[in-house]
Design a protein around this ligand. Structure first.
Ligand SMILES: Cc1ncc(C[n+]2csc(CCOP(=O)(O)OP(=O)(O)O)c2C)c(N)n1
Length: 275
């Protein structure tokens, strides 16, 4: 078990909860959902240089479900892309840490937030890598509710047409979107088969199991000439018992008592890991 990454996930969860509480704004459940995926990518899988954010050989990362940005900003701050103190300006007047990824922030490649755009942009980046004979990979994290956007499927079609085996899509499959269950609002199943029929190599994982995520990320591309999609089964609100699997926490902000309770739970998870 990757203990240091599990501890890092707890640290990022704590940091994002404080950031949201401080701003009195944010997407709590959405961000808690993607923490383990982002932590695995940023602390163990991707190549990049913090001091040289536009280094040409860097792996590209796009958070297409841009509303879950808090974990992303907290990770970038922790890595040193910008001072941690700046997290206190999240969603404040004139901040660059606005409520969706903003490419004025070092480490953020593209602005996202209007759902459905991340994958088509990632396709362009992966195609550019092929044309330029570069070895970098492109990772794009999407929401499952986001799959209702038609542009996702245009991107999916183009990626397999251009045989983009340097493109890895990750779907944060928490089965909830804003107001309820994805299967009630716009059903996705049979989901795996849909991606397969678009010519992708499909892998399903537990999106909170860091060992499993590591294994999969480190062994892609699994198939030459095919893009890979990782369906990561997750829990919206993961890590805070009273937020888990509740659509209401999509963009609800914890009050002081709730924040304290959440932080206590995270501390006890940390204790269980022997720290
Ligand atoms: C084009 C577009 N339509 C609608 C929205 C409003 N919106 C914001 S979040 C969201 C639900 C996203 O659900 P999902 O992709 O499952 O994300 P998660 O559950 O991980 O938060 C919607 C519909 C948007 N941001 N962009």
């Amino acid at each position: 078990m990757e203990n240091s990454l599990l501890l890092k996930s707890i640290e990022i969860r704590r940091s994002l909860l404080k950031t949201i509480y401080n701003a009195n704004m944010g997407h709590t459940g959405s961000s808690l959902s993607n923490v383990d995926i982002l932590v695995t990518l940023f602390y163990q899988v991707m190549s990049y240089k913090v001091k040289d954010p536009t280094w040409e050989e860097r792996d590209r990362f796009i958070l297409s479900k841009g509303h879950g940005v808090e974990s992303y900003y907290c990770i970038l701050a922790d890595l040193g892309y910008f001072p941690e103190k700046e997290l206190d300006t999240f969603c404040q007047f004139k901040t660059r840490l606005i409520g969706h990824p903003n490419n004025k922030v070092p480490g953020v490649e593209v602005n996202t937030g209007a759902l459905g755009h991340g994958l088509p942009i990632a396709v362009g980046m992966a195609l550019a890598a092929k044309l330029d004979k570069k070895g970098y990979r492109v990772f794009v994290v999407m929401g499952d509710g986001e799959q209702a956007e038609g542009s996702i499927w245009e991107g999916a079609m183009a990626a397999s047409h251009y045989k983009l085996d340097n493109l890895i899509g990750i779907i944060d499959r928490n089965r909830l979107q804003i107001t309820g269950n994805t299967e009630d609002i716009m059903s996705l199943e049979p989901f795996k088969e849909k991606w397969q029929s678009f010519g992708w190599k499909v892998i399903e994982v537990n999106g909170h199991d860091i060992d499993e995520l590591l294994k999969v990320f480190n062994s892609t591309p699994k198939k030459k000439d095919k893009p890979t999609i990782i369906i990561a089964n997750t829990i919206k609100g993961k890590g805070v018992s009273f937020m888990e699997n509740k659509a209401a926490w999509h963009h609800k902000v914890p009050d002081k008592k709730q924040l304290e309770k959440a932080l206590l739970e995270l501390s006890s998870q940390e204790g269980d890991l022997g720290e």
